[in-house]
Design a protein around this ligand. Structure first.
Ligand SMILES: [Zn+2]
Ligand SMILES: [Zn+2]
Length: 148
């Protein structure tokens, strides 16, 4: 494999295409079914019933590819793990600082915030992400842990 030319790479890509396309479709399909903003490992568990042989690396690679293409949204603004969202349209998230649960916020994205930022910086603003954090209902009910 010392001399892998672009032509060889193309051949290799073509050879793998049908399987890759199917895997990607199943991953996207399963991701769009849930609103839990799963991690790559959680997506793996979702797709394994339909594709038992699939690996975590394959799931991760496809999730990254789909988010680079703007088909899905990657959530890595904070929290413990990188998560994915089947809904690529801009919407806001709220994250639990205890259990890392991520939920959608049902409010329209603020259009004016981009205008304000455009005025406050010399950048041309084309989009924004916003994430809130706090305690989810389950964690808010937990008694406060004693501090050691
Ligand atoms: Zn929580
Ligand atoms: Zn979301």
């Amino acid at each position: 494999m010392a001399y892998v030319t672009p032509f060889h790479l193309k051949l290799m890509a073509l050879a793998h295409r049908p399987r890759n396309t199917r895997q990607r479709r199943v991953i996207l399909d399963e991701l769009k079914k849930v609103t839990s903003h799963p991690t790559a490992y959680e997506v793996l568990k979702l797709v394994r019933s339909r594709m038992p042989g699939i690996s975590l690396a394959t799931v991760y690679r496809n999730l990254e590819l789909l988010s680079e293409r703007g088909v899905i949204m990657r959530l890595d603004t904070g929290g413990m793990k990188r998560r994915y969202d089947g809904n690529a349209a801009n919407h806001y998230h709220v994250r639990c600082i205890v259990c890392d649960r991520v939920a959608d916020v049902s409010c329209e994205p603020l259009g004016t915030i981009e205008e304000l930022m455009g005025e406050a910086t010399d950048f041309t603003i084309v989009g924004h992400r916003l994430e809130f954090h706090g305690y989810c209902p389950a964690c808010a009910r937990q008694p406060a842990k004693p501090t050691a």
